[in-house]
Design a protein around this ligand. Sequence first.
Ligand code: AMP
Length: 583
Amino acid sequence: MSDPDVVELARRRGFFFQANEAYGGVAGFYTFGPRGAALKRNVEDAWRRQFVVREGHHEIESPTVVPEAVFEASGHLDTFDDMVVECPECGASHRADHLVEDASDVEDAESLPVADVEELLATCDVDCPTCRATLADEPVSGFNLMFETSIGPGSSRAGYLRPETAQGILVEFPRLKEYARNQLPFGVAQVGSGYRNEISPRRSLLRVREFTLAELQQFTAPDGDGPDLEPVADQTLRLYPADAQEREGECVELTVREALREDVVANEWLAYYLGRARRWFERVGVDPERLRFRQHRAGELAHYASACWDAEARLHGDWVEIAGFAFRADHDLSKHDAHSDERFTLFREYDEPKVVERPTVDPDMSYLGPEFGDVATDVADALEALVERDPAAFRSEDVTVEVDGETYAVPVEKTGFSVDEIRETGEHVTPHVVEPSIGIDRVVYGVLVHSLRRDEVGGEERTRLALPTAVAPTVAGVFPLTDGQADRARDLADRLTRRGIPATYDDSGSIGRRYRRQDEIGTPFCVTLDERTSDDERATVRERDSTAQVRVPVDDVPETLASLRAGETTFAAVSREYDDDRQ
Ligand code: AMP
Protein backbone atom coordinates (compact mmCIF):
# COMPACT_ATOMS: atom_id res chain seq x y z
CA MET A 1 0.00 0.00 0.00
CA SER A 2 1.14 3.51 -0.74
CA ASP A 3 1.02 7.06 0.63
CA PRO A 4 -2.24 7.76 -1.30
CA ASP A 5 -3.89 4.69 0.35
CA VAL A 6 -3.03 6.03 3.81
CA VAL A 7 -4.10 9.56 2.93
CA GLU A 8 -7.39 8.32 1.46
CA LEU A 9 -8.18 6.19 4.51
CA ALA A 10 -7.15 9.04 6.83
CA ARG A 11 -9.52 11.41 5.12
CA ARG A 12 -12.45 8.99 4.79
CA ARG A 13 -12.24 7.73 8.36
CA GLY A 14 -11.43 11.03 10.06
CA PHE A 15 -7.76 10.63 10.95
CA PHE A 16 -6.45 13.77 9.21
CA PHE A 17 -7.11 15.98 6.24
CA GLN A 18 -5.92 19.23 4.68
CA ALA A 19 -7.04 22.18 6.83
CA ASN A 20 -9.17 25.12 5.63
CA GLU A 21 -10.26 23.42 2.43
CA ALA A 22 -13.38 25.61 2.26
CA TYR A 23 -10.96 28.41 1.35
CA GLY A 24 -8.68 26.35 -0.85
CA GLY A 25 -6.38 25.23 1.98
CA VAL A 26 -2.73 26.15 2.45
CA ALA A 27 0.01 23.57 1.99
CA GLY A 28 1.55 22.24 5.17
CA PHE A 29 -1.43 22.56 7.53
CA TYR A 30 -3.57 19.60 8.58
CA THR A 31 -6.57 19.09 10.82
CA PHE A 32 -6.71 15.91 12.84
CA GLY A 33 -10.23 14.47 12.70
CA PRO A 34 -11.93 12.66 15.60
CA ARG A 35 -9.94 9.42 15.10
CA GLY A 36 -6.64 11.12 14.35
CA ALA A 37 -6.90 13.48 17.32
CA ALA A 38 -7.57 10.50 19.60
CA LEU A 39 -4.69 8.48 18.11
CA LYS A 40 -2.33 11.43 18.42
CA ARG A 41 -3.37 12.11 22.00
CA ASN A 42 -2.81 8.45 22.88
CA VAL A 43 0.69 8.58 21.33
CA GLU A 44 1.43 11.73 23.35
CA ASP A 45 0.14 10.09 26.52
CA ALA A 46 2.30 7.03 25.85
CA TRP A 47 5.27 9.39 25.45
CA ARG A 48 4.40 11.08 28.76
CA ARG A 49 4.16 7.73 30.54
CA GLN A 50 7.61 6.70 29.34
CA PHE A 51 9.68 9.86 29.02
CA VAL A 52 8.21 11.88 31.88
CA VAL A 53 6.49 9.72 34.51
CA ARG A 54 8.63 6.55 34.39
CA GLU A 55 11.86 8.54 34.17
CA GLY A 56 10.84 10.75 37.07
CA HIS A 57 11.16 13.91 34.97
CA HIS A 58 8.98 17.01 35.04
CA GLU A 59 6.82 18.39 32.29
CA ILE A 60 6.34 22.11 31.66
CA GLU A 61 4.39 24.17 29.19
CA SER A 62 5.99 27.29 27.74
CA PRO A 63 4.63 29.89 25.29
CA THR A 64 4.72 29.24 21.54
CA VAL A 65 5.44 32.93 20.78
CA VAL A 66 8.98 33.78 21.80
CA PRO A 67 10.80 37.16 21.79
CA GLU A 68 13.58 37.64 19.26
CA ALA A 69 16.36 37.86 21.87
CA VAL A 70 15.96 34.16 22.71
CA PHE A 71 16.55 33.04 19.13
CA GLU A 72 19.33 35.56 18.68
CA ALA A 73 21.13 33.90 21.58
CA SER A 74 20.32 30.32 20.56
CA GLY A 75 21.60 30.91 17.02
CA HIS A 76 18.29 30.14 15.28
CA LEU A 77 18.03 33.65 13.86
CA ASP A 78 21.32 33.31 12.00
CA THR A 79 21.43 29.65 11.17
CA PHE A 80 17.99 28.04 11.07
CA ASP A 81 17.92 28.20 7.27
CA ASP A 82 17.07 25.95 4.37
CA MET A 83 18.36 26.39 0.83
CA VAL A 84 15.88 27.97 -1.54
CA VAL A 85 15.93 28.48 -5.31
CA GLU A 86 13.36 30.67 -7.02
CA CYS A 87 12.07 29.97 -10.52
CA PRO A 88 12.73 32.95 -12.84
CA GLU A 89 9.60 32.12 -14.90
CA CYS A 90 6.77 31.31 -12.48
CA GLY A 91 8.27 32.68 -9.26
CA ALA A 92 7.73 29.42 -7.30
CA SER A 93 10.28 28.71 -4.55
CA HIS A 94 11.71 25.23 -4.05
CA ARG A 95 14.11 23.55 -1.68
CA ALA A 96 17.29 23.46 -3.70
CA ASP A 97 18.80 20.54 -1.75
CA HIS A 98 15.70 18.39 -2.35
CA LEU A 99 15.74 19.14 -6.09
CA VAL A 100 19.35 18.04 -6.47
CA GLU A 101 18.72 14.93 -4.34
CA ASP A 102 15.85 13.98 -6.68
CA ALA A 103 17.98 14.64 -9.77
CA SER A 104 21.24 12.94 -8.68
CA ASP A 105 22.42 10.18 -6.41
CA VAL A 106 23.43 12.70 -3.72
CA GLU A 107 21.61 11.62 -0.56
CA ASP A 108 22.17 14.47 1.81
CA ALA A 109 22.47 17.71 -0.10
CA GLU A 110 21.47 19.70 3.01
CA SER A 111 24.97 19.21 4.37
CA LEU A 112 26.67 20.58 1.21
CA PRO A 113 27.88 24.18 0.83
CA VAL A 114 25.60 26.46 -1.22
CA ALA A 115 28.11 26.66 -4.10
CA ASP A 116 28.07 22.86 -4.50
CA VAL A 117 24.25 22.80 -4.59
CA GLU A 118 24.27 25.55 -7.25
CA GLU A 119 26.74 23.52 -9.27
CA LEU A 120 24.59 20.39 -8.96
CA LEU A 121 21.52 22.34 -10.13
CA ALA A 122 23.49 23.21 -13.26
CA THR A 123 25.18 19.88 -13.95
CA CYS A 124 21.96 17.90 -13.35
CA ASP A 125 20.02 20.38 -15.50
CA VAL A 126 17.31 20.72 -12.89
CA ASP A 127 13.91 22.09 -14.00
CA CYS A 128 11.27 23.93 -11.97
CA PRO A 129 8.81 21.26 -10.72
CA THR A 130 5.95 23.76 -11.20
CA CYS A 131 6.51 25.11 -14.74
CA ARG A 132 9.51 23.13 -16.07
CA ALA A 133 11.63 26.24 -16.75
CA THR A 134 15.34 25.59 -16.20
CA LEU A 135 16.84 26.37 -12.79
CA ALA A 136 20.37 25.54 -13.96
CA ASP A 137 21.86 29.02 -13.49
CA GLU A 138 19.69 30.26 -10.65
CA PRO A 139 21.27 31.35 -7.34
CA VAL A 140 20.58 29.44 -4.13
CA SER A 141 19.99 31.44 -0.97
CA GLY A 142 19.29 30.80 2.70
CA PHE A 143 15.68 31.05 3.90
CA ASN A 144 15.04 31.29 7.64
CA LEU A 145 12.33 28.81 8.59
CA MET A 146 10.95 30.70 11.57
CA PHE A 147 7.56 32.42 11.29
CA GLU A 148 8.04 36.03 12.36
CA THR A 149 5.35 37.92 14.22
CA SER A 150 5.12 41.19 16.13
CA ILE A 151 4.21 41.35 19.78
CA GLY A 152 1.81 44.16 20.75
CA PRO A 153 0.67 47.22 18.77
CA GLY A 154 2.63 50.23 17.59
CA SER A 155 6.38 50.00 17.95
CA SER A 156 5.98 46.37 18.80
CA ARG A 157 8.69 43.85 19.58
CA ALA A 158 9.69 41.19 17.10
CA GLY A 159 8.78 37.66 18.06
CA TYR A 160 8.81 34.24 16.45
CA LEU A 161 6.64 31.16 16.59
CA ARG A 162 8.93 28.61 18.18
CA PRO A 163 10.52 26.16 15.70
CA GLU A 164 11.23 23.73 18.56
CA THR A 165 9.91 23.48 22.11
CA ALA A 166 13.43 23.06 23.51
CA GLN A 167 14.27 26.76 23.92
CA GLY A 168 11.19 27.14 26.14
CA ILE A 169 12.89 24.78 28.59
CA LEU A 170 16.49 25.92 28.13
CA VAL A 171 15.71 29.61 28.63
CA GLU A 172 14.02 28.81 31.96
CA PHE A 173 17.01 26.86 33.27
CA PRO A 174 17.79 29.35 36.11
CA ARG A 175 14.36 28.60 37.63
CA LEU A 176 14.11 24.93 36.65
CA LYS A 177 17.39 24.12 38.39
CA GLU A 178 15.89 25.46 41.63
CA TYR A 179 12.90 23.12 41.28
CA ALA A 180 15.41 20.28 40.83
CA ARG A 181 17.09 21.45 44.07
CA ASN A 182 20.27 22.21 42.12
CA GLN A 183 21.00 18.52 41.71
CA LEU A 184 22.16 16.99 38.44
CA PRO A 185 21.08 14.99 36.53
CA PHE A 186 17.50 16.07 35.98
CA GLY A 187 15.16 16.14 33.02
CA VAL A 188 12.48 18.57 31.88
CA ALA A 189 10.07 17.72 29.09
CA GLN A 190 7.35 19.34 27.09
CA VAL A 191 5.00 18.43 24.30
CA GLY A 192 3.48 21.09 22.09
CA SER A 193 3.35 22.83 18.75
CA GLY A 194 6.39 23.77 16.71
CA TYR A 195 6.24 25.94 13.59
CA ARG A 196 8.53 25.93 10.58
CA ASN A 197 7.84 27.88 7.43
CA GLU A 198 8.86 24.97 5.21
CA ILE A 199 9.72 25.91 1.64
CA SER A 200 8.11 22.83 0.11
CA PRO A 201 5.71 20.97 2.44
CA ARG A 202 5.25 17.42 1.16
CA ARG A 203 4.02 13.90 1.84
CA SER A 204 1.07 14.96 3.98
CA LEU A 205 2.03 14.86 7.69
CA LEU A 206 5.72 14.25 7.00
CA ARG A 207 6.67 17.82 6.16
CA VAL A 208 4.20 20.33 7.52
CA ARG A 209 4.41 23.90 8.77
CA GLU A 210 2.81 23.32 12.16
CA PHE A 211 3.45 20.10 14.04
CA THR A 212 3.72 18.61 17.51
CA LEU A 213 7.04 17.94 19.16
CA ALA A 214 7.62 15.87 22.27
CA GLU A 215 10.99 16.93 23.64
CA LEU A 216 13.05 16.15 26.68
CA GLN A 217 16.04 18.12 27.88
CA GLN A 218 18.19 15.85 30.02
CA PHE A 219 20.60 18.03 32.01
CA THR A 220 23.75 16.21 33.07
CA ALA A 221 26.99 17.08 34.82
CA PRO A 222 29.74 17.50 32.18
CA ASP A 223 32.01 15.09 34.04
CA GLY A 224 29.25 13.26 35.90
CA ASP A 225 28.05 9.69 36.03
CA GLY A 226 25.93 8.32 33.23
CA PRO A 227 22.44 6.88 33.70
CA ASP A 228 21.68 3.45 35.11
CA LEU A 229 21.90 1.51 31.85
CA GLU A 230 20.64 -1.77 33.27
CA PRO A 231 17.00 -1.46 32.14
CA VAL A 232 18.04 -1.02 28.48
CA ALA A 233 21.51 -2.59 28.33
CA ASP A 234 20.33 -5.69 26.44
CA GLN A 235 18.03 -3.88 24.08
CA THR A 236 19.13 -4.42 20.48
CA LEU A 237 19.44 -1.36 18.26
CA ARG A 238 19.73 -1.28 14.48
CA LEU A 239 22.40 1.39 14.03
CA TYR A 240 23.67 3.07 10.89
CA PRO A 241 26.90 4.79 11.98
CA ALA A 242 28.41 7.69 10.02
CA ASP A 243 31.41 5.66 8.82
CA ALA A 244 29.15 2.91 7.43
CA GLN A 245 27.25 5.60 5.51
CA GLU A 246 30.51 7.00 4.06
CA ARG A 247 31.42 3.62 2.60
CA GLU A 248 27.82 2.79 1.70
CA GLY A 249 27.93 -0.10 4.16
CA GLU A 250 25.19 -1.80 6.12
CA CYS A 251 23.51 -1.17 9.46
CA VAL A 252 24.86 -3.01 12.50
CA GLU A 253 22.73 -4.70 15.15
CA LEU A 254 24.16 -4.07 18.61
CA THR A 255 22.78 -4.01 22.10
CA VAL A 256 22.98 -0.72 23.98
CA ARG A 257 25.81 -2.21 26.06
CA GLU A 258 27.75 -3.31 22.95
CA ALA A 259 27.19 0.00 21.16
CA LEU A 260 28.85 1.79 24.07
CA ARG A 261 31.62 -0.77 24.55
CA GLU A 262 32.53 -0.59 20.87
CA ASP A 263 32.29 3.20 20.93
CA VAL A 264 29.67 3.25 18.17
CA VAL A 265 27.52 5.47 20.37
CA ALA A 266 29.90 7.69 22.30
CA ASN A 267 27.59 9.11 24.96
CA GLU A 268 25.90 6.99 27.64
CA TRP A 269 22.86 9.23 27.92
CA LEU A 270 22.32 9.13 24.17
CA ALA A 271 22.63 5.34 24.17
CA TYR A 272 20.20 5.10 27.08
CA TYR A 273 17.53 7.10 25.30
CA LEU A 274 18.04 5.23 22.02
CA GLY A 275 17.26 2.05 23.97
CA ARG A 276 14.21 3.59 25.66
CA ALA A 277 12.94 5.02 22.38
CA ARG A 278 13.41 1.73 20.47
CA ARG A 279 10.98 0.04 22.88
CA TRP A 280 8.60 2.98 22.96
CA PHE A 281 8.36 3.12 19.16
CA GLU A 282 7.39 -0.55 19.09
CA ARG A 283 4.82 -0.05 21.83
CA VAL A 284 3.03 2.70 19.88
CA GLY A 285 3.05 0.76 16.60
CA VAL A 286 6.24 1.53 14.67
CA ASP A 287 7.40 -1.76 13.12
CA PRO A 288 10.87 -2.56 14.59
CA GLU A 289 11.81 -4.19 11.27
CA ARG A 290 11.29 -0.83 9.59
CA LEU A 291 13.14 1.26 12.17
CA ARG A 292 16.80 2.24 12.38
CA PHE A 293 18.96 4.81 14.11
CA ARG A 294 21.22 6.79 11.79
CA GLN A 295 24.14 8.85 13.01
CA HIS A 296 24.54 12.35 11.60
CA ARG A 297 27.67 12.91 9.56
CA ALA A 298 29.83 15.89 10.52
CA GLY A 299 28.46 18.28 7.85
CA GLU A 300 24.89 17.40 8.68
CA LEU A 301 24.82 18.39 12.36
CA ALA A 302 22.46 21.19 13.42
CA HIS A 303 24.19 24.35 14.69
CA TYR A 304 23.51 23.36 18.31
CA ALA A 305 24.52 19.69 18.18
CA SER A 306 27.88 18.04 18.86
CA ALA A 307 26.53 14.57 18.04
CA CYS A 308 23.17 13.32 16.82
CA TRP A 309 21.33 10.12 15.93
CA ASP A 310 18.04 10.17 14.06
CA ALA A 311 15.38 7.51 14.43
CA GLU A 312 14.25 6.71 10.90
CA ALA A 313 11.22 4.72 9.80
CA ARG A 314 10.95 3.04 6.43
CA LEU A 315 7.86 4.50 4.81
CA HIS A 316 6.99 3.27 1.33
CA GLY A 317 10.57 2.80 0.21
CA ASP A 318 12.16 5.82 1.92
CA TRP A 319 13.88 6.18 5.26
CA VAL A 320 12.22 9.15 7.01
CA GLU A 321 13.45 10.85 10.18
CA ILE A 322 10.81 10.57 12.90
CA ALA A 323 12.93 11.65 15.90
CA GLY A 324 16.30 13.16 16.68
CA PHE A 325 18.57 12.39 19.64
CA ALA A 326 21.04 15.25 19.94
CA PHE A 327 23.92 15.85 22.29
CA ARG A 328 23.67 19.65 22.61
CA ALA A 329 26.54 19.82 25.16
CA ASP A 330 26.54 23.26 26.84
CA HIS A 331 25.78 25.12 23.59
CA ASP A 332 22.42 26.63 24.56
CA LEU A 333 23.06 27.27 28.26
CA SER A 334 26.38 29.00 27.51
CA LYS A 335 24.75 31.18 24.85
CA HIS A 336 21.91 32.22 27.17
CA ASP A 337 24.44 32.84 29.95
CA ALA A 338 26.42 35.16 27.68
CA HIS A 339 23.42 36.98 26.17
CA SER A 340 21.15 37.45 29.20
CA ASP A 341 21.51 38.86 32.70
CA GLU A 342 20.86 35.49 34.37
CA ARG A 343 23.35 32.77 35.21
CA PHE A 344 22.81 29.54 33.32
CA THR A 345 25.19 27.57 35.52
CA LEU A 346 24.65 25.44 38.54
CA PHE A 347 26.66 25.66 41.75
CA ARG A 348 28.01 22.27 42.67
CA GLU A 349 29.36 21.86 46.17
CA TYR A 350 32.58 19.90 46.66
CA ASP A 351 32.51 16.98 49.09
CA GLU A 352 35.30 18.76 51.00
CA PRO A 353 36.15 22.47 50.66
CA LYS A 354 39.32 23.04 48.60
CA VAL A 355 42.09 25.56 49.19
CA VAL A 356 43.05 27.02 45.84
CA GLU A 357 45.47 29.68 44.68
CA ARG A 358 43.76 32.69 43.15
CA PRO A 359 45.98 35.17 41.20
CA THR A 360 44.63 38.73 41.44
CA VAL A 361 45.69 42.28 40.51
CA ASP A 362 45.12 45.58 42.27
CA PRO A 363 46.50 48.13 39.78
CA ASP A 364 48.20 51.21 41.22
CA MET A 365 46.08 53.99 39.70
CA SER A 366 48.43 56.70 40.99
CA TYR A 367 50.91 55.24 38.48
CA LEU A 368 48.48 54.20 35.69
CA GLY A 369 46.61 57.59 35.68
CA PRO A 370 49.57 59.91 34.89
CA GLU A 371 51.18 57.27 32.69
CA PHE A 372 48.22 56.31 30.45
CA GLY A 373 45.79 59.27 30.84
CA ASP A 374 42.35 58.57 29.24
CA VAL A 375 42.95 54.86 28.82
CA ALA A 376 44.18 54.20 32.36
CA THR A 377 40.92 52.54 33.48
CA ASP A 378 40.83 50.41 30.33
CA VAL A 379 44.40 49.31 30.99
CA ALA A 380 43.40 48.35 34.57
CA ASP A 381 40.40 46.33 33.22
CA ALA A 382 42.67 44.63 30.70
CA LEU A 383 45.05 43.65 33.51
CA GLU A 384 42.15 42.11 35.46
CA ALA A 385 41.03 40.12 32.44
CA LEU A 386 44.57 38.99 31.76
CA VAL A 387 45.24 37.70 35.27
CA GLU A 388 42.22 35.40 34.99
CA ARG A 389 43.17 34.21 31.53
CA ASP A 390 46.95 33.95 31.82
CA PRO A 391 48.49 34.51 35.29
CA ALA A 392 51.88 33.37 33.94
CA ALA A 393 52.09 36.67 32.01
CA PHE A 394 52.84 38.38 35.33
CA ARG A 395 56.05 36.45 35.88
CA SER A 396 58.32 38.87 33.95
CA GLU A 397 59.23 42.45 34.84
CA ASP A 398 56.69 44.07 32.55
CA VAL A 399 53.29 42.87 31.51
CA THR A 400 51.75 43.88 28.18
CA VAL A 401 48.06 44.45 27.49
CA GLU A 402 46.15 45.59 24.44
CA VAL A 403 43.47 48.32 24.47
CA ASP A 404 41.72 49.24 21.21
CA GLY A 405 44.56 47.78 19.15
CA GLU A 406 47.31 49.68 21.05
CA THR A 407 49.82 47.87 23.25
CA TYR A 408 50.68 49.13 26.74
CA ALA A 409 53.51 47.83 28.92
CA VAL A 410 53.04 48.04 32.72
CA PRO A 411 55.73 47.15 35.30
CA VAL A 412 54.43 44.13 37.23
CA GLU A 413 55.13 45.88 40.56
CA LYS A 414 52.53 48.52 39.58
CA THR A 415 49.84 45.93 38.84
CA GLY A 416 49.42 44.84 42.48
CA PHE A 417 49.79 41.22 41.31
CA SER A 418 49.52 38.63 44.10
CA VAL A 419 48.51 35.02 44.53
CA ASP A 420 46.10 34.50 47.42
CA GLU A 421 45.03 31.23 48.96
CA ILE A 422 41.28 30.95 49.20
CA ARG A 423 38.88 28.29 50.43
CA GLU A 424 36.33 27.22 47.83
CA THR A 425 33.24 25.23 48.76
CA GLY A 426 32.18 24.41 45.22
CA GLU A 427 32.17 25.52 41.60
CA HIS A 428 29.81 26.78 38.92
CA VAL A 429 29.30 24.26 36.13
CA THR A 430 27.39 24.56 32.89
CA PRO A 431 25.41 21.35 32.49
CA HIS A 432 25.39 19.36 29.29
CA VAL A 433 22.14 18.58 27.53
CA VAL A 434 21.00 15.41 25.79
CA GLU A 435 17.78 15.87 23.89
CA PRO A 436 15.42 13.20 22.59
CA SER A 437 13.10 15.11 20.24
CA ILE A 438 10.19 13.16 18.81
CA GLY A 439 8.04 14.44 15.94
CA ILE A 440 4.58 13.22 16.97
CA ASP A 441 2.97 13.83 13.56
CA ARG A 442 5.62 11.79 11.77
CA VAL A 443 5.26 9.03 14.34
CA VAL A 444 1.47 9.03 13.85
CA TYR A 445 1.93 8.86 10.09
CA GLY A 446 4.52 6.09 10.43
CA VAL A 447 2.23 4.12 12.74
CA LEU A 448 -0.61 4.37 10.20
CA VAL A 449 1.65 3.24 7.34
CA HIS A 450 3.05 0.34 9.35
CA SER A 451 -0.40 -0.71 10.61
CA LEU A 452 -2.36 -0.63 7.38
CA ARG A 453 -3.04 -4.18 6.12
CA ARG A 454 -5.29 -5.84 3.59
CA ASP A 455 -6.32 -9.42 4.13
CA GLU A 456 -9.25 -11.74 3.61
CA VAL A 457 -11.83 -12.84 6.14
CA GLY A 458 -14.52 -15.35 5.19
CA GLY A 459 -13.71 -14.89 1.51
CA GLU A 460 -14.11 -11.11 1.74
CA GLU A 461 -11.31 -8.58 1.44
CA ARG A 462 -10.91 -6.35 4.45
CA THR A 463 -8.79 -3.32 5.29
CA ARG A 464 -7.48 -3.29 8.80
CA LEU A 465 -5.35 -1.02 10.91
CA ALA A 466 -3.33 -3.22 13.24
CA LEU A 467 -2.91 -0.45 15.84
CA PRO A 468 -1.65 -1.39 19.32
CA THR A 469 -4.45 -1.28 21.88
CA ALA A 470 -2.58 1.38 23.85
CA VAL A 471 -2.98 3.97 21.05
CA ALA A 472 -6.11 2.86 19.17
CA PRO A 473 -8.71 5.69 19.03
CA THR A 474 -11.46 3.29 20.10
CA VAL A 475 -10.79 0.23 22.22
CA ALA A 476 -14.10 -1.57 21.68
CA GLY A 477 -17.09 -1.58 19.38
CA VAL A 478 -20.21 -2.80 21.20
CA PHE A 479 -22.92 -4.38 19.06
CA PRO A 480 -26.33 -5.88 19.79
CA LEU A 481 -27.03 -8.72 17.36
CA THR A 482 -30.78 -8.38 17.82
CA ASP A 483 -33.05 -5.50 18.84
CA GLY A 484 -33.69 -7.33 22.09
CA GLN A 485 -30.08 -6.79 23.16
CA ALA A 486 -29.93 -3.08 22.25
CA ASP A 487 -30.50 -1.73 25.77
CA ARG A 488 -27.97 -4.08 27.35
CA ALA A 489 -25.41 -3.26 24.66
CA ARG A 490 -25.94 0.47 25.15
CA ASP A 491 -25.58 0.00 28.87
CA LEU A 492 -22.34 -1.94 28.42
CA ALA A 493 -20.91 0.75 26.10
CA ASP A 494 -21.86 3.30 28.72
CA ARG A 495 -20.13 1.35 31.49
CA LEU A 496 -16.99 1.12 29.37
CA THR A 497 -16.80 4.84 28.64
CA ARG A 498 -17.48 5.64 32.31
CA ARG A 499 -14.41 3.53 33.14
CA GLY A 500 -12.40 5.62 30.68
CA ILE A 501 -12.32 2.94 27.98
CA PRO A 502 -13.13 4.55 24.62
CA ALA A 503 -16.02 2.48 23.26
CA THR A 504 -18.57 2.98 20.54
CA TYR A 505 -22.08 1.54 20.22
CA ASP A 506 -23.15 0.45 16.73
CA ASP A 507 -26.39 -1.25 15.70
CA SER A 508 -26.51 -0.40 12.01
CA GLY A 509 -26.02 -2.90 9.19
CA SER A 510 -24.96 -6.52 9.25
CA ILE A 511 -22.58 -7.70 11.95
CA GLY A 512 -19.94 -8.28 9.24
CA ARG A 513 -20.13 -4.65 8.15
CA ARG A 514 -19.90 -3.45 11.73
CA TYR A 515 -16.73 -5.50 12.19
CA ARG A 516 -15.26 -4.10 8.96
CA ARG A 517 -15.93 -0.52 10.05
CA GLN A 518 -14.08 -1.06 13.34
CA ASP A 519 -11.24 -3.01 11.67
CA GLU A 520 -10.64 -0.11 9.34
CA ILE A 521 -10.18 2.40 12.17
CA GLY A 522 -8.04 0.02 14.18
CA THR A 523 -10.46 -0.90 17.00
CA PRO A 524 -8.80 -3.92 18.60
CA PHE A 525 -11.92 -5.55 20.13
CA CYS A 526 -15.60 -5.90 19.29
CA VAL A 527 -18.12 -7.08 21.85
CA THR A 528 -21.34 -8.60 20.58
CA LEU A 529 -24.42 -9.39 22.66
CA ASP A 530 -26.73 -11.97 21.12
CA GLU A 531 -29.73 -14.12 22.07
CA ARG A 532 -27.56 -16.44 24.13
CA THR A 533 -26.54 -13.51 26.34
CA SER A 534 -29.93 -13.56 28.08
CA ASP A 535 -29.28 -17.19 29.09
CA ASP A 536 -25.57 -17.32 29.91
CA GLU A 537 -24.89 -13.62 30.70
CA ARG A 538 -21.91 -13.73 28.35
CA ALA A 539 -20.88 -11.58 25.39
CA THR A 540 -18.63 -12.52 22.46
CA VAL A 541 -15.34 -10.61 22.45
CA ARG A 542 -13.62 -10.73 19.07
CA GLU A 543 -10.02 -9.75 18.48
CA ARG A 544 -9.35 -7.66 15.36
CA ASP A 545 -6.19 -9.20 13.88
CA SER A 546 -6.84 -12.92 14.42
CA THR A 547 -10.66 -12.57 14.38
CA ALA A 548 -10.57 -15.13 17.24
CA GLN A 549 -13.52 -14.98 19.63
CA VAL A 550 -14.14 -15.80 23.27
CA ARG A 551 -17.28 -15.61 25.36
CA VAL A 552 -16.75 -13.47 28.46
CA PRO A 553 -19.28 -12.78 31.25
CA VAL A 554 -20.82 -9.36 30.48
CA ASP A 555 -19.93 -8.10 33.95
CA ASP A 556 -16.25 -8.99 33.40
CA VAL A 557 -16.00 -7.17 30.06
CA PRO A 558 -14.98 -3.72 31.44
CA GLU A 559 -12.24 -5.18 33.66
CA THR A 560 -11.00 -7.46 30.87
CA LEU A 561 -10.80 -4.65 28.33
CA ALA A 562 -9.10 -2.35 30.86
CA SER A 563 -6.42 -5.01 31.48
CA LEU A 564 -5.97 -5.60 27.75
CA ARG A 565 -5.60 -1.87 27.16
CA ALA A 566 -3.06 -1.46 29.94
CA GLY A 567 -1.05 -4.35 28.47
CA GLU A 568 -1.51 -6.37 31.69
CA THR A 569 -2.91 -9.35 29.80
CA THR A 570 -3.20 -10.68 26.25
CA PHE A 571 -6.16 -11.85 24.25
CA ALA A 572 -4.68 -15.37 24.22
CA ALA A 573 -4.57 -15.37 28.04
CA VAL A 574 -8.14 -14.07 28.26
CA SER A 575 -9.27 -16.80 25.85
CA ARG A 576 -7.56 -19.46 27.89
CA GLU A 577 -9.08 -18.19 31.11
CA TYR A 578 -12.68 -18.09 29.87
CA ASP A 579 -12.52 -21.16 27.67
CA ASP A 580 -11.18 -23.17 30.65
CA ASP A 581 -13.90 -21.68 32.71
CA ARG A 582 -16.49 -23.28 30.46
CA GLN A 583 -14.94 -26.78 30.46
P1 AMP B 1 14.67 18.58 14.34
O1 AMP B 1 14.68 19.60 15.43
O2 AMP B 1 14.79 19.19 12.97
O3 AMP B 1 15.59 17.43 14.57
O4 AMP B 1 13.19 17.98 14.37
C1 AMP B 1 12.76 17.16 15.40
C2 AMP B 1 11.68 16.26 14.89
O5 AMP B 1 10.57 17.05 14.46
C3 AMP B 1 12.05 15.46 13.65
O6 AMP B 1 12.64 14.24 14.00
C4 AMP B 1 10.73 15.25 12.97
O7 AMP B 1 10.09 14.10 13.49
C5 AMP B 1 9.93 16.46 13.37
N1 AMP B 1 9.85 17.45 12.27
C6 AMP B 1 10.78 18.35 11.90
N2 AMP B 1 10.33 19.11 10.89
C7 AMP B 1 9.08 18.69 10.61
C8 AMP B 1 8.08 19.09 9.69
N3 AMP B 1 8.27 20.09 8.84
N4 AMP B 1 6.90 18.42 9.67
C9 AMP B 1 6.67 17.41 10.55
N5 AMP B 1 7.57 17.00 11.46
C10 AMP B 1 8.76 17.63 11.50
